[in-house]
Ligand binder design. Structure first.
Ligand SMILES: [Zn+2]
Ligand SMILES: [Zn+2]
Ligand SMILES: [Zn+2]
Length: 327
């Protein structure tokens, strides 16, 4: 089921072109524009975007990668070198001098009042004889070494990980595909048709609105204040039992009759069964002509799987009992 927030998100892409990841100074990633469009019950922005990309509604273009802490999920791990012997990051690169006598030590050990002198064999050194090298020395243990180990450090829990043990997260720029645009048009037409059909029945309708203050948004809210009748409409490609159940429970909590519109002409079998035995109206959006809602639809056992071909017929569209008498 596409939520009103998800619908808003795809709709916004028609104007905005694309959603870019925002990478903060501390390396954390967000899709701020997306977060503002979604509602509380929706998934995380990146999860929603990924899901639409999988369905072919959005195109995902590679932008960059960030590394995530496997322990606490903080994003933006920082690179650091560590001592290969003890693993401590206090391994720092220093300039060392190597004397032909075999003694090697930091430059400061060789410095004397008038130049350089080997602290081991006490020979004065000409500056031309001095070969400076860069080496790591560890401040946590006596080890010194040429090549340190690589680690990624979490700024939150301060753990250090070999880079390959962290979680690599790929960041994408998301734009609408042609298929996505057609999909959006189809969903939008279904929503507008649902509102129009209810308006013909003297309901006052509102698209993408909340039912009561603070409640979650619905695709269409239709109210007949005189009759005390209220209906809410969910638009869904292939309605699934789990989301329809949640939608029906929400409808009950706001004393509204739930209407589910399938835009593919198919619903999951449990949804059809529920419509037969409880207060739930299921309709299919037929795009031919001006667009209409019809009470016939097919059922499928698995969403995304093949259709069973079982043809459902329900009572006429939207002819559901008024709930006004229940007040
Ligand atoms: Zn020496
Ligand atoms: Zn060390
Ligand atoms: Zn962490």
């Amino acid at each position: 089921m596409v939520s009103p927030g998800e619908f808003r998100l795809i709709d916004a892409l028609l104007e905005d072109g694309a959603f870019e990841p925002d990478v903060d100074e501390d390396g954390s990633v967000s899709y701020d524009a997306v977060a503002q469009l979604l509602d509380d019950p929706d998934d995380e922005p990146s999860a929603v975007l990924e899901q639409f990309a999988t369905r072919g509604v959005l195109n995902d273009e590679f932008v960059s990668k960030v590394y995530v802490c496997p322990d606490c999920a903080t994003e933006g791990l920082q690179y650091t070198t560590v001592c290969p012997a003890c693993g401590d990051p206090r391994a720092v690169e220093t300039a060392v001098i190597e004397h032909v006598c075999g003694h090697t030590g930091p430059e400061s050990e060789f410095e004397s009042e008038d130049g350089y002198r080997c602290p081991d064999c006490e020979q004065d050194l000409e500056s031309v004889d001095i070969e400076k090298k860069h080496r790591y020395s560890c401040r946590a243990c006596p080890e010194s070494f040429d090549v340190p180990d690589d680690r990624l450090r979490c700024r939150e829990c301060e753990s250090l990980f070999p880079p390959l043990e962290t979680i690599e997260r790929v960041l994408y720029r998301y734009s609408l595909t042609d298929e996505g645009e057609a999909w959006l048009e189809h969903q939008r037409a279904a929503r507008e048709t649902a509102a129009a059909v209810l308006e013909e029945r003297r309901f006052e309708t509102e698209i993408d609105t909340v039912v009561d203050e603070g409640s979650r948004p619905v695709h269409v809210l239709a109210e007949d204040r005189l009759m005390g009748d209220r209906r809410i409409v969910a638009i869904s490609e292939t309605p699934e039992a789990e989301t329809v159940d949640a939608f029906a429970a929400f409808a009950e909590s706001v004393d509204a009759h739930p209407v589910v519109v399938t835009t593919s002409g198919t619903v999951q079998r449990e949804v059809a069964e529920r419509a037969e035995r409880s207060e739930l109206t299921v309709l299919a959006f037929d795009e031919s002509g001006e667009g209409s809602l019809v009470p016939e639809y097919e059922t499928t056992d698995s969403v995304g799987g093949h259709r069973t071909g079982l043809f459902q017929r329900l009572t006429a569209a939207l002819e559901v009992p008024s709930r006004g008498s229940r007040q």
